[in-house]
Design a protein around this ligand. Structure first.
Ligand SMILES: *Cc1c(COP(=O)(O)O)cnc(C)c1O
Length: 346
């Protein structure tokens, strides 16, 4: 490509915005149903509307859980899915926590791989990916079943082509530190269930309006937990600090992946409960970041607490955050060897 064509291509990518994350679905989905105590065979269908009774359990009593993970198109043209087994396991745990029949792990894997295989031509090039979204929900038609788990369920696997998460440029996040409101019921923090996001919506919108922040960091009782949809890490030279696993927050696979690779990059990992005070001390010359499948690792530039602003390090995305993100993305994209067995070629 000559310089002019290159400049033109660049202008085009800048002026033609890609669809927003999650707004496009691939053309094939997988469907299975649970009835009379067993799972049906699954089928692959053209992505489209589903039929649901208006009395369906999920619509009234929020019997639902989901997963989110990505498959990547590598430079050699192959498509590789990241930590599928961990996500399937977490989906099964979520179903159990909500008293729903668990998906059959082998069947769910076949549904995921079958969808990826059928839509492989729709997987965007790096830094894009195919975002996989299995969802399980109660379909029992009974509006009187508030105190009963659904006996009929539907399991879907959707796929969504996603493009560069940071297409608008990498920008350090502005985060409100919330010490009063909780994100969700304390025993459900560990469950990836729709109601938790509905519960976090009010406090998040209020903080956005009041403080002009991007997200809320939930710290009930002054203990740091996580944001509405991402885990929280403190990072500095040779050290990462994050909350130890308990039922109050979602056990992110990205968090786990970062912590597992950290030692080989020279970081000592500390997992324990820590307070807002300790966090504010740390960020005077350290870094803070949010981890999750969508963005992988996003740097925090400002913490807002009681309407007071605390700059995190330089106020920009820090060098450790960039390095950790680049390393994990490099593994996901097949540019750095996957020594952990995290990737599965489809
Ligand atoms: C999905 C999610 C995360 C991130 O989990 P990953 O497995 O890393 O994508 C963190 N917190 C909440 C509340 C989530 O829903």
């Amino acid at each position: 490509m000559n310089a002019q064509a290159q400049a033109q291509a660049q202008t085009q990518t800048q002026t033609t915005p890609r669809p927003a994350f999650g707004s496009v679905l691939a053309d094939t989905m997988a469907v299975a149903t649970f009835r009379n105590g067993q799972w049906s065979d699954h089928e692959f269908r053209r992505t489209g509307s589903i039929e649901l009774s208006p009395a369906a359990h999920v619509l009234h009593y929020a019997s639902t859980c989901f997963e989110g993970f990505k498959a990547y198109k590598w430079a050699d043209g192959s498509v590789n899915v990241f930590r599928m087994g961990s996500h399937i396991e977490r989906m099964c745990q979520s179903a159990r926590a909500l008293a729903m029949a668990e998906p059959d792990a082998d069947q769910l894997e076949a549904m995921v791989l079958g969808v990826i295989d059928r839509v492989r031509g729709q997987v965007p090039e790096a830094p894009g990916a195919l975002y996989m979204r299995p969802i399980l929900f109660g379909t029992t038609p009974n509006i009187g079943a508030a105190a009963h788990p659904p006996t009929e369920l539907m399991l879907l696997v959707l796929a969504s082509p996603v493009w560069d998460y940071f297409a608008g440029g990498v920008k350090a996040l502005r985060i409100h530190v919330e010490t009063e409101a909780t994100r969700c019921a304390s025993h459900l923090g560990v469950v990836k269930t729709g109601g938790n996001y509905a519960a976090a919506m009010g406090p998040t919108l209020a903080a956005k309006q009041k403080f002009g922040v991007d997200q809320v960091l939930f710290c009930p009782g002054g203990e740091v937990q996580e944001t509405g949809a991402a885990n929280f890490l403190l990072i500095r030279d040779g050290k990462i600090l994050t909350r130890s696993l308990d039922s109050t927050f979602l056990h992110g696979v990205t968090r786990d992946s970062l912590l597992r690779m950290a030692p080989s990059l020279g970081y000592e990992v500390e997992e324990r409960v820590f307070t807002v005070e300790e966090m504010l001390e740390w960020v005077k010359d350290g870094e803070a970041a949010l981890s999750g499948t969508a963005a992988v690792l996003a740097g925090v530039g400002t913490l807002v607490r009681d309407a007071r602003e605390h700059r995190v390090g330089s106020g920009d995305v820090g060098p450790h955050t960039r390095r950790l993100r680049a390393t994990l993305v490099g593994i996901q994209q097949g540019e750095i060897p996957d020594t952990h067995g995290w990737l599965h070629r489809v």
